[in-house]
Design a protein around this ligand. Structure first.
Ligand SMILES: Cc1cc2nc3c(=O)[nH]c(=O)nc-3n(C[C@H](O)[C@H](O)[C@H](O)COP(=O)(O)O)c2cc1C
Length: 206
């Protein structure tokens, strides 16, 4: 049976709209989503989207459900030190995790296995269990340290997906650019999506 559970982490890189849209699409696809939110991600979400999440995980969960007009029961916002969450243990964690957006700081912590909070621990668990870890890194330019950390994780089996939308689908809005990235992420996760036309199939510009 297909395991329709996924861990989604939002960190403090620019790109909160990617994370929000990804959450919306995963819930629409009926996935159980364990959502981890770093302190910096909350600041970025408020700055880029005007959404100020309350501090506690339950209150943040309710605020997000209201914001997305989501009435289901498949969203779980986890606390930063909720070590009893399923995502903290290889015996229960979903096999798939996306860090989107992923800051250079979290990239470094995960590359070095720090596991100092639930978000970092969850990524460490997916790596050790040889699950699927997608890191949607956003920074520019990249330093050699960033590049080394990405290579380290890539060699461990993680997928590095820079938040770098294409323009060949002729975007008309910011939402179109966001959907481009989210579509690529969903494809990698094996989640059905029809957000943007597919190259060579439903999209031929000339
Ligand atoms: C509005 C805003 C935008 C930021 N954009 C980025 C970014 O694109 N990439 C990055 O690596 N850090 C960015 N930062 C800095 C990180 O948030 C900061 O390094 C933080 O410590 C990361 O912590 P976290 O990885 O626990 O979320 C940004 C911070 C703010 C407030």
């Amino acid at each position: 049976m297909q395991d329709k559970r996924i861990t989604l982490a939002w960190t403090g890189a620019s790109g909160a709209p990617y994370g929000l849209r990804l959450l919306e699409c995963l819930l629409a696809a009926d996935y159980q989503v364990y959502l981890l939110i770093s302190s910096a991600a909350r600041v970025v979400l408020a700055t880029e989207h005007g959404l100020k999440l309350p501090a506690g995980p339950e209150a943040a969960q309710a605020a997000l459900a209201e914001h997305l007009n989501y009435q289901g029961d498949k969203l779980t916002v986890c606390g930063k030190e909720d070590w009893f969450s399923p995502v903290a243990s290889g015996s229960a964690a979903p096999k798939k995790m996306v860090v989107c957006p992923c800051s250079a700081g979290t990239l470094a912590s995960v590359a070095h296995g720090l596991s100092d909070n639930l978000l970092e621990r969850a990524a460490d668990v997916v790596l050790k269990e040889r699950g699927q870890l997608l890191m949607v890194v956003r920074e520019t330019p990249f330093s050699s340290l960033h590049l080394e950390n990405m290579l380290k994780l890539s060699n461990l089996g993680a997928t590095i997906m820079p938040a770098a939308p294409g323009f060949y689908h002729q975007p008309k809005s910011i939402d179109d650019l966001v959907d481009f990235m989210v579509a690529r992420i969903l494809d990698h996760l094996g989640v059905e999506q029809g957000l943007v036309p597919r190259w060579g199939y439903d999209h031929r510009p000339f």
